[in-house]
Each structure stands twice: as structure tokens, then as C-alpha cells.
Design a binder for this molecule. Structure first.
Ligand SMILES: CC(=O)N[C@H]1[C@@H](OP(=O)(O)OP(=O)(O)OC[C@H]2O[C@@H](n3ccc(=O)[nH]c3=O)[C@H](O)[C@@H]2O)O[C@H](CO)[C@@H](O)[C@@H]1O
Ligand SMILES: C=C(OP(=O)(O)O)C(=O)O
Length: 441
């Protein structure tokens, strides 16, 4: 999309009402697709959403000789890794900056080919997002890494071997890096301070179906006993709890009611507790969750983002829009990314009162407190929002701008909406289905 194609006019002031469906999680599906590379047989992945991160990984897998085709049911992919081969560096490089997933190709490609080339990563610009943990763990497994102008070149001079690793922080991607590498490494790998997000548990289920031996302790320790060979898997991806929470926040901020078919309570317990504290209502049934604004005033809250089972950082930005409609002072302490509150300046331009602070406004130990990052916010509400010209900064920030524009009086011009396709399936169809008044210029 370019030019005016990438602009959405949002005429606000209408509550979102109706039903939408979420499918497999953006933060699991592309990784399960990478896991298929480790198998000696085809894998079947179901509940796959049509989002850009899936297309990027599909392209990268195909470049490496994996055949990817649709399966029998809608949203099913069949991935056949029988003929994995080296890809042309220039072709891989065409995917530079597209997503964060390419770094997870390291372990599988080192096992299959003995070498790997990783282009520059993309992903949301919400902090520095270094990948030092990833490369440190790969070195522990025995890989060599060379940084060149166009990307990172890795080699495994011999079979990678299991090792004992402690992550400095429970990083999601680094934990996945360890899992995808340890399953075929020689011997046992013990990872402490691992991330335990639901998407990681689901990746462990995928790998176990392939023949891996992985155990998870309650103290964030994961143990993997390497095996010589893995088969394929048949797996239904867990639902996208991040997209579900975004629609929930949209229902609250627009004083509407949205049934999110496919949403699952188990992965959203922390979000649901917070939603209830703010004054949002929800009802869980076997097929999804209905979220609505029950009328009356919303309540201000204190919120700290954290690794699972804490309040997921990707839930933060959409919920902040709803907090602009709550009575009193809400406090938000973002402890996962140092720069994830920059999106609030546009909300202020629309009439919100959000003040950012460098200090940690919360009790949780945080890596950013003494380091000059505006990572805490005080949201003072309720404030009426007015339509505005908005430029989408990142995935969740972008969806938050859509929510704010829908809740505002008047028309907003939202630029850069294509970015939302990275993680929200068919949002351009879902919005009008919920009664949103949107059109293109
Ligand atoms: C595709 C995907 O699944 N993305 C998710 C994943 O991102 P991602 O896996 O990139 O996030 P991480 O959990 O790794 O990052 C958490 C923190 O660790 C730091 N860090 C991470 C790696 C590293 O090598 N060095 C380092 O310092 C990061 O800068 C950040 O401050 O988990 C995040 C935290 O739940 C989510 O917000 C993202 O939606
Ligand atoms: C930060 C996110 O994703 P990514 O890691 O892919 O940039 C997100 O989904 O909000």
C-alpha cells in the first residue's frame, strides 16, 4: 500500500457492536512454521491467520526449500521440509526489516545445513530491541557468528551441543531461540530465567508433537533433552490473546459491546482481572468472550506491564486509550520496553491528558528507572477525544490510534494503516462489521 491507499478516514463517536473472530496467535504461528524446518516429515498447522508476519515467514521458508501449501480446512498450512537447502543471500536480504522472526531460523538452519544467514530484523520500534541474548546462547551451543554489512552469518562447525544457560531477562524470543536449537542439539540443555508466555508453552507443545523432550518447572527453568531426529506435527495454534484484548479495549473505549469468537480465557486471566478493575464487563463461553462497557463511569487503575503471568506489554497501548475515559488518575509503568509510551503524544493531541515520567511509577523492579527513559505515564480522565491527523508508529500503537479515532468526536485521518496488517487479520473488514464508520480518502 502506498499514498492514500495507506490512509483510513475514521468517523468517530459510534460504539462498536457485534462479533468478530480471532484466529491463531501472531506470536506463535510464525514460530511454529519455523519449527517445521526441524522435522523430517511434513507438518500441518491449523488456525493460521492471514497476517503479514505469516507471509514473511512463508516466503523465507520457501526460499530455503520448504514447500508450503494450503491444507484441507481454511487456515491450514502444510509445510514440507524434505528438501531444505541454502537460500540466496540477496533473496533473504529482501526480507530485511520485515519482522523479528528471521532470527529464529538460526538453530533450525544450523542443524539442517550447518550454516545460516540472518538479515536485519524488523518488528515494532518500541525500544532498542537488541538480540545479544540470542547470539550469546547460540555461541553457548557451539555456533560461530560473524557480523557483516548485510546481516549475520552463522556456522556450526560440528553438531551443536546442549548447555546450561541463564537468561539475564526472561526474553520471549531468546527462550524460543533456545528451544528451537536445543531440541536437536547433543545432550541436555538447561535454561533458567526462561520466558513462559502461553505462546512459548504452545511452541513446546508443537515441538513435543515432533518428538522433542522438554520439561518446564514452575521456577522458569526449562530442560530439553536433545534427540537425533524430529518428525512433523499436526497442531491447532492457540488463539491470539493480544488481538482479543485489543478488541476488548475498543469495546470499552467506544462504549460498545464486542463478542470475540475464538478468544480464550486461560491465556487472558490477567487481562480480564484488569479489565474488570477498570469497570469493563465480560462473559466467557465455550466459543469466545463478550466484552462490553456496562454504562456509568470507568475506574482509574494502577498498571505495570511485565512478563507472563504479569500484564502483557502488548495489551498496554490499546488499554491506555480506554483509560483516557476512566475517572481519576491511572498510572502505567511499562517495564518490558523502554520506549512504548511515545504513542501517547498523539492521544494528547486528540484531547487526552497523559503525562510521561522517567521515574518508575510502580513497585516492580525495572531496568529503565535510572536510565532516562519516559516509561511511566499518568493518565488523567475522563477526557473527550477529538478527531485528528494520526500517523501510526507501531503495531499496537496503530491499533490504539484506531480505537481513539473510533471513540473521538469528528473525523480522523489515520496514516500508515498497512502496518496493522502485520498482526490484525482482516481488520479493514472487521471494523465495518462492528458498525465502525470508516472509509478511504
Ligand atoms: C514476535 C513476538 O513474539 N514478539 C513478542 C516478543 O518479542 P521479543 O521476543 O522480541 O521480546 P523479548 O521478550 O525478547 O524482549 C523483552 C525485553 O528483553 C530485551 N532483550 C531481548 C532480547 C535480547 O537479546 N536482548 C534484550 O535485551 C528487549 O529489549 C526487551 O526489553 O515478546 C514481547 C514481550 O512479550 C512481545 O511484546 C512481542 O510481541
Ligand atoms: C511488539 C510486537 O510485535 P513484534 O515483536 O513482532 O514487533 C507486538 O506484537 O506488539
Amino acid at each position: 500500500m502506498t499514498g492514500t491507499d495507506d490512509v483510513l478516514l475514521v468517523h468517530g463517536g459510534t460504539p462498536l457492536e457485534g462479533e468478530i473472530r480471532v484466529r491463531g496467535a501472531k506470536n506463535l504461528v510464525p514460530k511454529a512454521m519455523v519449527a517445521a524446518l526441524l522435522g523430517s516429515e511434513p507438518s500441518r498447522l491449523r488456525n493460521v491467520p492471514e497476517i503479514r508476519d505469516v507471509r514473511v515467514v512463508r516466503g523465507l521458508l520457501e526460499l530455503h526449500g520448504v514447500t508450503v501449501r494450503g491444507g484441507e480446512e481454511p487456515g491450514e498450512l502444510v509445510l514440507d521440509p524434505s528438501h531444505v537447502e541454502s537460500a540466496n543471500v540477496a533473496d533473504i536480504d529482501a526480507h530485511a526489516g520485515s519482522s523479528r522472526i528471521p532470527i529464529l531460523f538460526c538453530g533450525p538452519l544450523l542443524h539442517r545445513l550447518g550454516h545460516a544467514f540472518i538479515p536485519g530484523l524488523g518488528g515494532c520500534d518500541i525500544g532498542g530491541r537488541p538480540v545479544n541474548f540470542h547470539f550469546d546462547v547460540l555461541r553457548e551451543f557451539g555456533a560461530t557468528i560473524e557480523k557483516r554489512a548485510d546481516g549475520q552469518y552463522l556456522e556450526a562447525p560440528q553438531r551443536l551441543r546442549g548447555c546450561k544457560i541463564e537468561l539475564p531477562y526472561p526474553s520471549v524470543g531468546s527462550t524460543e531461540q533456545v528451544l528451537l536449537t536445543a531440541v536437536l542439539a547433543e545432550g541436555v540443555t538447561e535454561l533458567s530465567n526462561a520466558a513462559v508466555e502461553p505462546e512459548i508453552e504452545d511452541l513446546i507443545c508443537v515441538l513435543q508433537k515432533m518428538g522433542a523432550i522438554i520439561s518446564m518447572d514452575t521456577d522458569r527453568t526449562i530442560r530439553v533433552t536433545g534427540v537425533d531426529k524430529l518428525g512433523g506435527y499436526n497442531h491447532r495454534a492457540l488463539p491470539d490473546r493480544l488481538e482479543a484484548a485489543s478488541w476488548a479495549s475498543a469495546a470499552l473505549a467506544t462504549e460498545g459491546s464486542v463478542y470475540v469468537r475464538g478468544a480464550s480465557q486461560r491465556e487472558m486471566v490477567t487481562f480480564l482481572n484488569t479489565y474488570r478493575k477498570v469497570g469493563g464487563a465480560f462473559e466467557v463461553d465455550d466459543d469466545g468472550i463478550r466484552f462490553w462497557h456496562p454504562g456509568g463511569a470507568l475506574d482509574a487503575i494502577a498498571l505495570e506491564t511485565d512478563v507472563h503471568p504479569g500484564f502483557q506489554t502488548d495489551w498496554q497501548q490499546p488499554l491506555v486509550v480506554a483509560l483516557t475515559q476512566a475517572s481519576g488518575l491511572s498510572i502505567v509503568h511499562e517495564t518490558v520496553y523502554e520506549s512504548r509510551l511515545g504513542f501517547t503524544s498523539a492521544l494528547n493531541q486528540m484531547g487526552a491528558h497523559i503525562q510521561l515520567y522517567r521515574e518508575c511509577l510502580g513497585g516492580m523492579p525495572c531496568r529503565f528507572g535510572q536510565r532516562n527513559f519516559l516509561h511511566s505515564a499518568v493518565v488523567s480522565g475522563p477526557t473527550k477525544l477529538q478527531g485528528s491527523d494520526l500517523v501510526i508508529p507501531d503495531l499496537r500503537g496503530g491499533f490504539s490510534y484506531l480505537i481513539a479515532a473510533l471513540a473521538a468526536q469528528g473525523t480522523s485521518r489515520v496514516h500508515g494503516i498497512d502496518l496493522i496488517n502485520r498482526g490484525y487479520e482482516n481488520f479493514m473488514e472487521k471494523l465495518p462489521a462492528l458498525g465502525a464508520r470508516v472509509d478511504t480518502p
